[in-house]
Design a protein around this ligand. Structure first.
Ligand SMILES: [Fe+2]
Length: 592
């Protein structure tokens, strides 16, 4: 059974799930090169079908995150009202009405519906199938392919639970983000593969909006800059900002229930390219705080407030449900410091965070929710990696370089060559195998460097990533060595949680230890990432350190590279010194 998962808004993506297994999943931004794109995931759909070796006739179901009244879905799949009306829904979604349909189609055709009569809308909708040129439409969905719509937070919940491998019993699910489907935080349990909601709040309880609003007040984009707020926080002193100065903007919970909402108002949404930005009116009030307090101190206070509030919510629901395991997803759980606090609180036997907790994970979630709803006896299967994107054959890379008259070398052992270059202090672009899904480079599209020299962090920030000096870098390390550097008892595979670095080892890997003595590690297991493990092993043989600085293969503000052409562009446009794509190696002149 082939289920195509679709998310067609901020951070749009597509996924292919076959018999409950994720075969392919890709972010549209990697193809259209517009970070956080909200475009319909047209290229991602094509990629998923290619990776699954199927065509449209083989698709049994299309599972869309969100509502049937989504104009972007109706238009791109050329769905008429009857088809949408017959679609199944999972979660708290109202059935589509004729009015909804006409409004959505009319809106997407003409931009505005305000002045259109129902008759006018009908006329517009009737024209719809032929109204788009061929190159803007996907092939018609086969008649036998069913369509399902999965509520936004339910798709988040499904993405995490059905990839955790946890049993239903004693497992608590929490999803939290800015907002999605009019909800910002939902508490769930699972019974017979049906995800059941226990509690939810709307925008006025949104911890994600609180953090986003602070981020905007500090001068960054909502929905993009939250990681910067988190990265800046350890440089600040939260005690310099009175709790009430920022706490006044924070929705408050007691016993896991919202008791003091904060009226954020409706955020203004506007588009830049195909990506969306949001503006909160009260961000101006936070901006004025930057006149009284250092930005880092404000970030530190905001981070602390977020952690305490969320932790209290989680503890309360742990008490109510007596759950032994926790599963989370939603953009709020991109906050690795929050995840660290949840783990350190040690209140659950196990804790799983979906590696793509943001909205790009919704395509997987929608497809998984649809699959498991129809297969109540199937059990959640733990994923081991997220390399679900396209790969490029070595011979195609060779042809690409030949066509551009570029000098390169083909090597038998790219790990040996890269390890030698890294040990000699070079910055290496590392392009191997299937691209990662979601926000992290995990050894398929990575920029690597020696972590043993503190100055390497500044060199990469300044010469390659072109980003703020306070932004930290993450380590990838052999799992066998994790206890030497960290106190971690989980196979931490996705750089989704921060950990304290053992004090006596900080000097060994200073370029990947943040200001507060933590790092966001990826532990490499030989059977999951054989080539990356081999590279780390060879680097260890040369330096004694089984760790590499691993940052995503892109520059600030751009999506991670997807194909070899983009890797070439990034290589020539930055201070990357060596590019290893599969078994080809290119070098610039030596910096040192
Ligand atoms: Fe979301």
């Amino acid at each position: 059974m082939n289920i195509l998962g679709i998310h067609a808004y901020h951070d749009s993506s597509a996924a292919l799930v076959r018999n409950g297994k994720i075969i392919a999943a890709v972010d549209e931004e990697r193809f259209n090169r517009n970070k956080h794109t909200g475009d319909f995931p047209r290229k991602s759909v094509e990629c998923c079908l290619n990776m699954g070796n199927i065509n449209w006739d083989d698709v049994d179901m299309i599972a869309c995150a969100g509502s049937p009244s989504s104009a972007i879905i109706a238009r791109n799949f050329q769905l008429d009202f009857q088809r949408l009306k017959e679609a199944s829904t999972l979660g708290d979604i109202n059935k589509l009405t004729v009015k909804d349909y006409l409004k959505s189609v009319g809106k997407s055709m003409l931009g505005k519906t305000d002045k259109l009569s129902l008759a006018g809308l009908k006329e517009t909708a009737a024209l719809q199938p032929d109204a788009l040129p061929d190159y803007l439409t996907l092939p018609q969905i086969p008649d036998n392919a069913r369509i399902a719509f999965v509520e936004h937070h339910m798709a988040h919940a499904a993405s995490a639970f059905f990839t955790s491998g946890y049993p239903e019993e004693d497992t608590l699910l929490i999803t939290a983000d800015g907002i999605g489907g009019r909800k910002s935080l939902v508490v769930w349990q699972v019974q017979n593969n049906q995800i059941k909601e226990l509690y939810h709040v709307g925008g006025n309880g949104s911890l994600g909006w609180f953090y986003g609003m602070v981020t905007e007040g500090l001068g960054w984009w909502v929905g993009d800059g939250e990681g910067k707020t988190m990265g800046l926080a350890p440089y600040g002193d939260l005690t310099k900002v009175p709790e009430e100065a920022l706490g006044a903007f924070l929705p408050r919970y007691e016993d896991g229930l919202l008791v003091t909402p904060y009226e954020f108002g409706v955020p203004t949404t506007y588009q830049e390219g195909s990506s969306y930005h949001w503006h909160f009116k009260d961000s101006e009030k936070i901006k004025t705080l930057t006149g009284a307090y250092e930005r880092a101190d404000i970030a530190a206070r905001a981070q602390d407030l977020l952690e305490q509030e969320m932790l209290n919510i989680i503890k309360a629901w742990k008490t109510k449900t007596k759950a032994k395991r926790l599963v989370t997803a939603g953009g709020l759980f991109l906050n690795v410091k929050l995840n660290q606090k949840i783990i350190e609180a040690d209140i659950f036997d196990e804790y799983f965070i979906f590696p793509c907790p943001g909205d790009n994970g919704l395509s997987c979630g929608a497809a998984l929710a649809a699959y498991y709803a129809e297969h109540p006896t199937s059990r959640s299967k733990q994923i081991r990696d997220v390399c679900w994107g396209p790969s490029y054959a070595p011979e195609n890379i060779k042809t690409l370089l030949d066509d551009r008259f570029l000098d390169y070398e083909i090597v038998d052992d790219p790990c040996e060559v890269a390890a030698e270059e890294l040990a000699n202090g070079q910055i290496v672009g590392w392009f191997q195998g299937n691209m990662e899904y979601g926000p992290r480079a995990l050894g398929s599209r990575s920029i690597l460097m020696d972590p043993t020299k503190a100055e390497n962090k500044d060199i990469i920030n300044a010469k390659v990533k072109f980003r703020e000096a306070f932004r930290p870098f993450c380590p990838s390390l052999k799992i066998e060595s994790s206890n030497r550097f960290l106190t971690v008892e989980r196979p931490e595979r996705y750089m989704i949680t921060a950990y304290r670095v053992r004090e006596e080892e900080i000097d060994q890997i200073p370029a990947v230890v943040h200001k507060d003595g933590t790092c966001r590690p990826q532990l490499i297991e030989k059977d999951i990432y054989p080539r990356f493990w081999d590279l780390l092993d060879k680097f260890e043989q040369k330096t004694g350190v089984p760790v590499l600085l691993n940052t995503s293969f892109n520059i600030k503000g751009e999506p991670i590279v997807c194909n070899p052409r983009e890797a070439l562009r990034c290589f020539f446009d930055t201070g990357i010194e060596v590019l290893v794509m599969e078994n080809t190696v290119m070098r610039k002149k030596k910096r040192i």
